[in-house]
Design a protein around this ligand. Structure first.
Ligand SMILES: Cc1ncc(COP(=O)(O)O)c(C=O)c1O
Ligand SMILES: N[C@@H](CCOP(=O)(O)O)C(=O)O
Length: 525
């Protein structure tokens, strides 16, 4: 079922340095093929000699310990390039990651490119072993699911500049009962719980990278005068930005659409000490404003327009491969809003394919709420006509976005993976979320959108019973409890709320309690 990517798509990832020496082995004393995993922390996990490592000195912390064991330089590097490469543009246009730049000279998007030639001097098996060796450790900074893949993320950043809350390494949950009982006997259905994370959404994965780079820029020797970091948000980016900035002691500024995000999301940046502006507009309006403000003031832009974020988010894809022992799933379903994440998933999978960690990529599905579905319309037009829209309110409020910044990135990801775009009505997404909850999850409405897409694709027999399928859960259900309260209260207009399960008010009396239980458990007692 899974697609092999078109050769053309590789060109987005396979960048080669133009000014680099052609002699590859300058930094690599050992031949890659003969080399076991050997960089710093790397070897720690694999060599039996270090399994009895002594405790670090009492007055030393894990950062300091890491600084005493610097990883050998591997000659890896990354930079920004226009996305997609402009046909008539300057083929040499590129920017250092230490520059503050969000747009190409023609006003288009940028993408972080890695020196794939340097990375490919090591075999796929080398990278698999290295990444596997770092799981579950506290060695700075590799205890993070993002930084355990540092060489694929920001290879040149000093560990001491990294701002990490040991994000990632999220649960890949076998959805046994949902697949078996509600999806026609699916036996290989999984949910990647990216929302079981520090701030309750996948945004932590990208924010650790962005805030680390800002930290590097602000500190000597670069000492760039960045006064703060800002974003527009539907509630999750703002929570992640505020937490990472608070951890690093960097001011955060967040622009939120008034009355359009959950209370739990609103309290997160407030608690973390960010400057919170509640604006009388929607997300797209906030996005326009933050772009204007960051062009005027020394505030660094933290939305996924900034391609640094996607470097962290792509590690969720690598993690999925790792969790399947480097076997490739057939399908991965991702809810889409501003559309950075679907591209990040593609990037992670494709990078692993190009570097030989796996031999193919999964088919991607981007799932949108019907009330905020510009990508769905574009897909249905055969990719001929993109119409931005004013997105309507949806229970999946974090994806109420009508003019997604990364639409072009999403199209590349979907075309390259023989991908599909699906949509879900409010009733479909709330029912899918609530049914998943009945099988032991506590899904958010965005995960409900992805699950509803899965239900549709199963009904259409596009996804088969035995296809290994991963649904990406992007946020924790506890951030969206009001939507569940409304559903279980059957308070939603024009919605049957067929899985609602309201509490039963009973007199505190043995007889009354017994009556209720006998009725509920009829035929089972
Ligand atoms: C919970 C949640 N799910 C999904 C998305 C969609 O991600 P993207 O904007 O990268 O498409 C977002 C943010 O937009 C989100 O906050
Ligand atoms: N859901 C997002 C919307 C902004 O997306 P971003 O990835 O561009 O930051 C949010 O939580 O703000």
């Amino acid at each position: 079922m899974a697609a092999t990517t078109h050769a053309a798509s590789m060109s987005f990832l396979l960048s080669h340095p133009q000014s680099r020496s052609a002699t590859p082995s300058r930094h690599l004393p050992l031949r890659p093929a003969a080399r076991r995993v050997q960089c710093a922390t790397d070897a720690a996990a694999l060599s039996p000699a270090v399994t009895t490592k002594h405790r670090r000195a009492a007055d030393e912390n894990i950062r300091e310990e890491a600084a005493r064991h610097p990883a050998p330089k591997q000659g890896l590097s990354a930079w920004y390039e226009p996305f997609p490469p402009a046909p008539n543009g300057d083929p040499n246009e590129r920017y250092s990651l230490d520059e503050i730049v969000y747009r190409s000279s023609s006003g288009g998007l940028l993408d972080v490119r890695h020196d794939m030639e340097a990375l490919s001097r090591f075999s796929g098996a080398y990278w698999r072993d290295l990444f596997d060796s770092r799981i579950g450790r506290t060695t700075w900074p590799y205890g993070s699911g993002v930084w355990s893949k540092k060489e694929f993320v920001l290879p040149e950043i000093e560990p001491d500049h990294i701002v990490s809350l040991f994000e990632g390494n999220s649960n890949l949950f076998w959805a046994e009962r949902l697949g078996r009982d509600h999806l026609g006997g699916m036996n290989d259905l999984w949910v990647k719980h990216c929302g079981i994370s520090h701030t309750g959404s996948f945004k932590d994965l990208g924010m650790t990278v962005l805030v680390s780079q800002v930290n590097r820029l602000r500190r000597a020797p670069l000492s760039r005068p960045i006064a703060g970091v800002g974003c527009a948000s539907t509630g999750d980016t703002s929570a992640a930005l505020s937490a990472y900035c608070a951890a690093a002691g960097i001011p955060a500024i967040v622009f939120l659409p008034a009355n359009r995000i959950s209370l739990e999301q609103l309290i997160q940046p407030i608690a973390n000490g960010a400057t919170v502006l509640s604006l009388d507009t929607d997300f797209d309006g906030c996005m326009r404003l933050i772009r204007e403000v960051t062009a005027e003031l020394p505030i660094y832009l933290a939305n996924s327009l900034n391609s640094l974020r996607l470097e962290g988010q792509k590690t969720a894809a690598i993690e999925i491969l790792q969790q399947f022992d480097w076997e490739v799933p057939d399908w991965v379903i991702v809810p889409g809003g501003n559309l950075g994440n679907i591209y990040a998933f593609y990037k992670g999978f494709e990078m692993c394919r190009v570097l030989g960690l796996v031999d193919r990529v999964p088919r991607l599905v981007c799932a949108q709420a019907a009330n905020a579905n510009p990508l769905y319309g574009y897909y249905k037009s055969g990719w001929t006509e993109f119409q931005p829209q004013v997105a309507r309110p949806t229970f999946a409020s974090a994806i109420q976005i009508g003019d997604p910044v990364s639409v072009d990135r999403a199209v590349v990801a979907l075309k390259a993976t023989d991908g599909i775009v699906e949509e879900a009505t409010e009733e479909e997404l709330m029912n899918a979320m609530s049914l998943a909850d009945r099988t032991g999850m506590f899904a958010c409405p965005h995960t409900g959108v992805a699950l509803a897409a899965l239900f549709k694709l199963r009904e259409q027999r596009v996804i088969g019973t035995n296809d290994r399928t991963v649904v990406v859960s992007t946020a924790h259900g506890l951030k969206f409890s009001q939507s569940k309260i409304d559903y279980h209260d059957s308070k939603i207009e024009d919605m049957a709320c067929k899985y609602s399960n309201p509490p039963v008010s009973v007199k505190a009396d043995f007889g009354a309690v017994m009556d209720v239980l006998k009725k509920r458990l009829k035929g089972k007692l």
